[in-house]
Design a protein around this ligand. Structure first.
Ligand code: SF4
Ligand code: SF4
Length: 107
């Protein structure tokens, strides 16, 4: 059987936070988002408006939604690529060599 390549899920590049109590559900942001990341909720906020909810998995931090929101209730964060940190002990070769060397039998 042929091995299938494993797919790792794409890490989100952006994160959007919406002040839902100030959203008036005009949906300008849903039209602006090319990733279809924003949707109008069924629930109402304290002002009686349907508000926007976000699926941050698809967000690419393009900022379009925040730029069109007339009430400036959207905040967009760009997620930094995590740094690769080498956690290998500096003396790993010596440790491996010592483990592979047979110990002398006690006399
Ligand atoms: S930042 Fe861009 S991709 Fe993310 S929700 Fe807003 S419009 Fe959509
Ligand atoms: S553009 Fe702003 S006020 Fe309008 S629905 Fe989107 S978040 Fe709410």
């Amino acid at each position: 059987m042929e091995a299938t390549p494993t797919q790792t899920p794409r890490k989100p590049r952006g994160r959007v936070e919406i002040d839902i109590q100030k959203c008036k559900g005009c949906e300008l942001c849903t039209e602006a988002c090319k990733k279809q990341t924003l949707v109008l909720s069924d629930a109402l906020n304290i002002k009686g408006y349907h508000y926007i909810i976000v699926n941050n998995e698809a967000c690419n931090a393009c900022l379009d939604c925040a730029l069109v929101c007339p009430d400036a209730v959207i905040t967009v964060y760009k997620l930094q690529r995590s740094k690769r940190v080498n956690i290998t002990p500096p003396d790993i070769k010596e440790q491996l060599r010592a483990a592979a060397t047979p110990k002398p039998e006690p006399v």
